[in-house]
Design a protein. Structure first.
Length: 136
């Protein structure tokens, strides 16, 4: 009987609770703040915390440099293990392509030094300054 009560609760799910249960945010209050500040869009429109999440909705989440677009495949008001939370959504192909492009751009954005090489010497710093034109 307890199981059927939780099934009824999972038919109706608030946006902030769903974001927390799907593990996009660490706490429900952080999820609510993100929704309030406009970092979360539902079907392309800014939403409120109490917006009812339904299966098939497209939710766009912007968190720091990352933009994720997911389709809702399950509802839950309870935060569970990560593998179970991953079953609540499916990331769109467009979002996956953006993520891989972002990773590639971040890898090439910074200079690579050999691990364990230590700090650059004065001479190496002068060479780096000449090459990049950056003044420290």
């Amino acid at each position: 009987m307890v199981h059927s009560a939780s099934a009824k609760e999972d038919q109706h799910c608030r946006l902030d609770k769903w974001l927390w249960a799907a593990r996009f945010f660490k706490t429900r209050s952080i999820a609510a703040d993100a929704v309030d500040s406009g970092k979360v869009r539902v079907d392309g429109v800014r939403a409120k915390n109490a917006k009812e999440v339904k299966l098939g909705m497209l939710i766009a989440i912007k968190n720091k440099d990352i933009e994720i677009e997911v389709s809702v495949t399950g509802l839950s008001n309870v935060r569970r293990a990560a593998p179970e939370a991953a079953q609540l959504y499916a990331e769109t192909a467009e979002s996956v392509a953006k993520q891989t492009a972002l990773k590639l751009s971040h890898e090439t954005a910074s200079a690579v030094r050999e691990r364990g090489a230590g700090r650059p010497t004065k001479r190496q710093l002068r060479d780096i300054k000449k090459f990049t034109g950056i003044k420290f």
